[in-house]
Ligand binder design. Structure first.
Ligand code: C2E
Ligand code: MG
Ligand code: MG
Ligand code: MG
Length: 289
């Protein structure tokens, strides 16, 4: 692999690296059985209106309850699942589970009209049966299509052509909402964006991170704030909703609200939690309204 790393590096045996590779393959090899044994769980993170603080949606985030390693986050296995192709089956499970949970919330708290937002890997959008898979999850659960949002990364939608692009249009035609995830981290072609059947943009964490009040660490740098301002205006000009990701402080929440960002998601509004905690929050909201 010295060659793959390029720039005239020497091929050096790196025991730490090979241990890591072995651990990676072991994890990958365990994925299919873990799915069959029901070791995956979904946590849900609130997406909150910056205008009135109401919970508008929840994002489904998958975790692996590993028998030896404990709860493992998606950053450690989603990539592996994409490489091995298991993401198609895992993603279908995530979607079905999320639709069933969302249908239960809709039935108990119809006025909340809580949307469930589910991540779709690029590999899933390329799957010929993706539209049938989504339509099937809606039909089986009984969840109204407009209460489902699908999150696609910028790289998954940009430059999409042919069959995957038709699939996006057919998904939109089902009545589900499509969102571009981590917007601003990848390559964005604005002319192309305009032609996609999308409903919202999720502004990537790094822009939000740059929004801070001046403090002991130094004066505030307003460049990220101006970028967010421009992106929110752009999104609204294209009639898209904007969600800010990784909102961690009250300063960020207030600035984002002033910049007319529609919704926010992040530790400030609450981290990812098991479904029952979302139910409890809906119950609390219903009482205070
Ligand atoms: P994402 O879709 O951008 O999800 C948001 C990530 O930001 C989540 O990490 C969430 O826990 C984290 N986060 C929440 N609040 C904060 C905050 O205040 N600050 C910061 N810095 N981060 C925050 P998580 O759960 O580890 O998920 C990581 C990524 O894994 C997701 O990024 C998504 O790309 C992928 N993923 C998760 N679940 C699924 C899934 O079911 N299918 C697919 N294809 N990908 C998934
Ligand atoms: Mg994580
Ligand atoms: Mg996401
Ligand atoms: Mg994201």
């Amino acid at each position: 692999w010295a060659k793959a790393e390029g720039r005239g590096r020497w091929a050096v045996y790196d025991p730490e690296r090979s241990a890591r590779d072995i651990a990676r393959s072991a994890l990958a090899a365990g994925l299919p059985a873990a799915l069959d044994r029901g070791e995956f769980v979904l946590h849900y993170q609130p997406i909150v209106s910056l205008l009135d603080g109401s919970m508008r949606a929840v994002e489904a985030l998958v975790r692996w309850r590993h028998p030896e390693l404990g709860l493992i986050g998606p950053d450690r296995f989603i990539g592996l699942a994409e490489e091995t192709g298991l993401i198609v089956r895992l993603g279908a499970w995530v979607l079905e589970r999320a639709c069933r949970d969302a249908e239960a919330w809709w039935r108990s708290f119809p006025a909340a009209r809580l949307v469930v937002s589910v991540n779709l890997a690029a590999r899933q959008v390329e799957e010929p049966a993706v539209v049938e898979m989504v339509a099937g999850a809606l039909a089986t659960s009984g969840l109204p299509a407009e209460l489902l949002q699908l999150e696609l990364t910028e790289s998954a939608v940009m430059g999409t052509a042919g069959e995957p692009l038709r699939a996006l249009h057919r998904l939109a035609a089902l009545g589900v909402r499509l969102a571009v995830d981590d917007f601003g981290t990848g390559y964005s072609n604005l002319a192309y964006l305009r032609r996609l059947p999308i409903h919202s943009l999720k502004l990537a964490g790094p822009f939000v991170e740059g929004i801070r009040a001046g403090d002991a660490d130094g004066p505030a740098d307003h460049r990220d704030e101006r970028i967010v301002d421009a992106l929110v205006r752009l999104a609204h000009a294209l009639e898209l909703w904007v969600t800010a990701e990784a909102v961690e402080t009250v300063t960020q929440a207030e600035r984002l609200r002033a910049l007319r960002c529609d919704t926010g998601q992040g530790r400030w509004f609450g981290g990812p939690v098991p479904a029952e905690e979302i139910t409890a929050r809906l119950r609390g909201d219903a009482v205070t309204v």
